[in-house]
Design a protein around this ligand. Structure first.
Ligand code: SF4
Length: 318
């Protein structure tokens, strides 16, 4: 077999790992400290709707310690303490505004939360998670100025590149809105991470692979991939209880193949922050068993070797 010459930024891996990028950029391990700053979401407060996205129960994505009412500084203290015990080699902590829509509010209110986090002595940077329709120019100008002094990243929930799928899960925006937001954030010099949720009802394999080409054409710095898991209390979980055939879920083996097929078609310059997610068992209705993320990573790496493939192998510049 002729070994491929992989891009040097892949290191010893077959895909571009964001973890390696950050470690190299900041000279040591970086950990994000998840926060719940008390924001809401236009898809929940009545602005766009009250039902939210059918797959959403923020508890499924939020560490247990954030379920209790804690101030921002206490959350940072507690989160940093936990991460220090688990990863003693961590060199830098970034405050991760994760729960709900963290750019949805008056600019002065948003500024006060971001700046409070940055005033913590152990926090070096910010990561701000949001929806694509909540990124006004005034906020981007402010974030761009802030990024001159601190590392700052914006995470945008794309979820799917298919408008019919987005409508079916009551997302409240289309793919064009995501593409526009990614371009606008990047134009302000801010690194953008997109979230993609594979397996939403109505999404075909062709749609999932087509997403790799659509996203490669955008100025994304990195991607977080998630596989659909049904969280108790969500509308999608109720749909599944009524008719499980209408909400098919991946087997671990199928998901591994999908991730690799997707990576093959993705630009080798988009870093991968996550290749899947882990929903706590107490919140997960289905699948009954889930592969731990560390095992999923090992299996994807092993299968890429077996398939003699790598990120971008089938990528063609449009
Ligand atoms: S997934 Fe995000 S945008 Fe959708 S309802 Fe939940 S918090 Fe709102």
């Amino acid at each position: 077999m002729n070994l491929p010459v992989l891009p040097p930024h892949f290191g010893a891996h077959r895909y571009f790992r964001y973890h390696d990028l950050l470690t190299q950029r900041y000279g040591g391990r970086v950990q994000k400290v998840s926060l719940n700053a008390g924001f809401t979401c236009p898809n929940r407060d009545g602005t766009l709707g009250r039902r939210g996205c059918t797959f959403c129960n923020n508890a499924g994505f939020t560490p247990a310690y954030l379920q209790r009412p804690l101030g921002l500084t206490e959350q940072l203290d507690e989160g940093i303490g936990r991460l220090r015990r688990r990863y003693p080699q961590t060199r830098h902590f970034f405050a991760y505004f994760q729960a709900y829509t963290n750019t949805y509010g008056e600019l002065e209110q948003l500024k006060s939360q971001y700046e409070l986090a940055l005033s913590h002595p152990d926090i070096d940077g910010l990561v701000i998670g949001t929806r694509p329709d909540c990124l006004p120019e005034s906020l981007l100008a402010y974030l761009s100025a802030l990024a001159k002094d601190f590392p700052l990243e914006v995470e945008i929930g794309i979820e799917s590149c298919d408008d019919a799928v987005l409508a079916r899960v009551n997302r409240g925006h289309d793919f064009a809105t995501s593409a526009d937001a990614i371009r606008r954030v990047a134009a302000h010099g801010l690194p953008v991470t997109g979230h993609l949720l594979f397996g939403l009802p109505g999404e075909s394999r062709a749609d999932q692979l087509q997403a790799a080409a659509l996203l490669s054409a955008l100025p994304l710095a990195s991607l977080k991939l998630h596989q659909l898991q049904l969280i108790r209390g969500t509308a999608l979980a109720s749909q599944w209880r009524r008719n499980s055939a209408a909400v098919p879920l991946f087997s671990p083996a199928d998901y591994i193949e999908l991730v690799i097929d997707f990576l093959e078609r993705l630009s080798p310059d988009i870093a991968i922050q996550r290749i899947g997610s882990e929903v706590p068992a107490r919140l997960r209705l289905a699948p009954a068993e889930a592969m731990p993320l560390s095992v999923l990573q090992q299996n994807v790496a092993a299968r890429m070797l077996e398939r003699e493939t790598w990120q971008g192998r089938l990528y063609r510049v449009a």
